[in-house]
Design a protein around this ligand. Structure first.
Ligand code: PHE
Ligand code: NA
Length: 500
């Protein structure tokens, strides 16, 4: 008999897990900056267009594929057509790349929860982060391990492996059901504390002051779409995998709307919290808000420590901030790991624990070798930049074109989703996912490609960009093609089962 793939026990658990995946570092440290740069209050327009015209429709396409085909990404695509299986494995390979470095950011965040109490960074958070904490080297790859990163990294992997081994409901589902409410409470507490800081209003004014001229800049529109794709975790296998664990009669379209709006709500909340804190930092250091804004690593590990040192009850603020990063990041990490485990399980018909170990132990080793050494942050920076652009965006485009045009399955997927869905997917959805969204994605990718070729990223040496950037993105595609060659077991039906 085919393996028991596991399932979420009800709709709420699925929604929590999907929100857990969507709400991640991108909401907290990427959105506020993207919105600020993209016209502040005026950014609401491109953002809503991207959410409604591309993000949610694509999220629903992912749901439709996984929920109707009832398989991991490779199995679901193979069931649509054996020729499309490579897309699923390509997504799996991308998830492998992302998880190995995502875990490192979580490990740093765990350390910084503690540092918030000791204020280990003294009065120079930047020097502390790069030199003392990471002992970062320049432009070389080393095998010098940094114990302060290695130890939390091992802990993150052990916990992640335990969660994954517990399975879909008792592992992923249970973690999300606990972590997401705790995250929401911690983050609201953070926002309240940040709003009470002197200067918070200036920060909010900088964030929300509308710059309407930004709407004429195509780059702003591209960044809105990029943010939405990344933020909703669409197009790289996660939502296909999670949807395959949901009962047949569950309202998937309604669930998709809940997940999409919850994710955006969390982004708005993060914008308010982050810019209140930045407003305080500007006032405390006698600078303009524009001079202190930051995103990503710079925001979390340089600007926030400076805020924490100067704010009243800074320890609390720091604890809430880094705890939020850990909780949001961990549920996202779990979701990408599941893409890989689920695929290997389906293909080899392995048990839950066996598949978990086969997949995660080698990944943990690679993750530790590459990212707990003094060159970890370099490799991370490059891999993250390229896989987001020439991995996630590209595979999403190929998947949409394949399902929409090569096998022409979008109308039947619409029918599937509308059967039990509270929102009915009519012609509008078919037009969006077969024409509008792919066209928009293609334009964005073209723009990204031009930028990547004309101005090499971050001033890194060419060989590093070639190996960890272009090479990694290309290797993911190649791995996808190669992994799709082996045949399925005769016990695995290559058409969607009629019952769960
Ligand atoms: N949606 C996540 C975010 O906003 C992105 C992500 C999910 C990245 C899962 C990796 C893995 O941060
Ligand atoms: Na998100």
């Amino acid at each position: 008999a085919p393996i028991d793939r596991g399932r979420f026990s009800n709709k709420t658990v699925f929604i929590m897990a999907a929100i857990g995946s969507a709400v991640g570092l991108g909401n907290i440290w990427r959105f506020p900056y993207v919105a600020y740069e993209g016209g502040g209050g005026a950014f609401i327009l491109p953002y809503l267009v991207a959410l409604l015209a591309a993000g949610i429709p694509l999220l629903l396409l992912d749901y439709a594929i996984g929920h109707s085909q009832r398989g991991s990404a490779p199995l679901s695509f193979a069931r649509l057509s054996r020729r499309l299986e490579f897309i699923g494995w390509w997504q799996v390979a991308i998830c492998v790349v992302i998880s190995v470095y995502y875990a490192a950011i979580l490990a740093w965040s765990v350390q910084y929860v503690g540092f918030s109490f000791t204020q280990a960074w003294g009065d120079d958070p930047e020097a502390f982060f790069f030199t003392e904490f990471l002992r970062a080297t320049e432009n070389e790859v080393t095998l010098d391990f940094v114990p302060a990163v290695l130890i939390p990294m091992v802990i993150i992997w052990v916990v992640a492996i335990a969660v994954m081994a517990l399975g879909v409901q008792r592992g992923i589902g249970a973690t999300s059901v606990v972590f997401i409410p705790v995250l929401l409470i911690a983050f609201i507490a953070l926002v309240v504390q940040a709003l009470a800081l002197p200067g918070a209003i200036d920060g909010l004014q900088s964030l929300f002051a509308p710059n309407w001229a930004a709407l004429l800049d195509p780059a702003v529109w591209a960044s809105a779409f990029g943010q939405i794709f990344f933020s909703l975790s669409v197009g790289f296998g996660i939502m296909i995998t999670y949807a395959s664990y949901v009962g047949r009669k569950i309202d998937m379209t309604g669930s998709g709307l809940v997940v999409g709006f919850a994710n955006s709500g969390f982004e708005l909340l993060a914008g308010i919290g982050v810019f209140s804190a930045l407003g305080f930092l500007a006032q405390a250091s006698g600078a303009a808000v524009a001079d202190v804004v930051a995103d990503g690593i710079g925001l979390a590990f340089i600007a926030f420590p400076a805020i924490i040192s100067q704010a009243p009850f800074g320890e609390l603020l720091g604890m809430l901030f880094f705890l939020s990063l850990v909780l949001a990041g961990f549920t996202s990490l779990v979701s990408i790991l599941e893409v890989v485990i689920s695929a290997v399980r389906d293909k080899l018909e392995l048990g839950r624990v066996g598949a978990t170990l086969v997949v995660t132990v080698p990944m943990a080793i690679v993750s530790i070798l590459l990212f707990t050494t003094t060159s970890g942050i370099l490799v991370l920076d490059i891999a993250d930049h390229f896989i987001n652009r020439f991995g996630i965006l590209l595979v999403a485009l190929v998947a949409m074109l394949a399902v929409g045009w090569a096998v022409r399955r979008v109308p039947s997927l619409a029918e599937h989703m509308s059967r039990y869905g509270s929102l009915k997917l009519g012609r509008w959805w078919i037009v969006l996912v077969t024409i509008v969204t792919p066209a928009l994605l293609a334009v964005m990718l073209g723009l990204e490609l031009i930028t990547a070729v004309s101005e090499p990223y971050g001033g890194f040496p060419g060989w590093m960009l070639a190996v960890f950037g272009w090479g990694t993105a290309a290797a993911a595609l190649l791995a996808g093609i190669l992994l799709s060659i082996p045949k399925w077991r005769s016990t695995t039906p290559l058409e969607a089962p009629e019952h769960d």
